[in-house]
Write a protein that binds this ligand. Structure first.
Ligand code: CUA
Length: 198
């Protein structure tokens, strides 16, 4: 009985609202522009959804914490573990540390057209990393691990830029990655650096 009363009350409210909305005069030109803006919004939402579902372009959402003050004592981000590593299944992981004012290691070689998992940490303050022409763009928040998966479609030199203001040297905080053709790239673990110079 009570629910019926509530129901009819809301039905009346809905009808009144509809009547009021219909009573508003909207100029035909304005109506067109409303339709165009709704279409633009629908288009953008569709693009974002397709990118998220099919191209793997997502904000990093996995919250993984780390003690920034003791990165050098941390097993994963100790100096000798930084850079490119390949596990037995062939998955490539790149671990990099951002600190005022550089990315470490200073230079890495990665293969093109291959899925790469980057794991970034900061040793001091908030940094960001942006690699133009790729989906690599993330904040590197001290205390957290930022993980981004990407693929470089074409070989070449790619800049790594810091895109969060981190101090007076912020504009000089950049580094670069050499992306090498898939067939020319050598896994760092399987090929020792000795005796390979030409
Ligand atoms: Cu690091 Cu700006």
């Amino acid at each position: 009985m009570n629910t019926d009363a509530l129901k009819s009350k809301y039905e009346k409210l809905w009808r009144d609202t509809c009547e009021k909305v219909h009573a508003i005069h909207v100029d035909p030109l304005e109506r067109k522009w409303i339709a165009i803006s709704l279409l633009v919004i629908a288009l953008l939402v569709t693009i974002i959804t397709i990118d998220a579902l099919f191209h793997g372009i997502n904000p990093p959402s996995k919250v993984e914490t780390i003690d920034s003050a003791s990165l050098h004592l941390n097993k994963e981000f100790a100096e000798e573990n930084l850079g490119v590593q390949v596990d037995d299944k062939g998955n490539i992981t790149i671990r990099m540390v951002a600190g005022r004012y550089s990315f470490f290691p200073k230079h890495i070689d990665v293969p093109a057209e291959t899925k790469l998992t980057f794991r970034w940490v900061s040793m001091d303050v908030l940094h960001g990393v942006h690699i133009p022409m790729t989906n690599m763009s993330t904040m590197i928040v001290p205390g957290y691990v930022a993980e981004v998966t990407t693929t470089f479609p074409k070989p070449g030199e790619y800049p790594i830029l810091c895109n969060e203001y981190c101090g007076l040297g912020h504009n000089h905080m950049w580094s670069n990655i050499s992306v090498i053709a898939k067939e020319d790239w050598k896994s760092p673990l399987k090929t020792p650096a000795t005796g390979d110079k030409q």
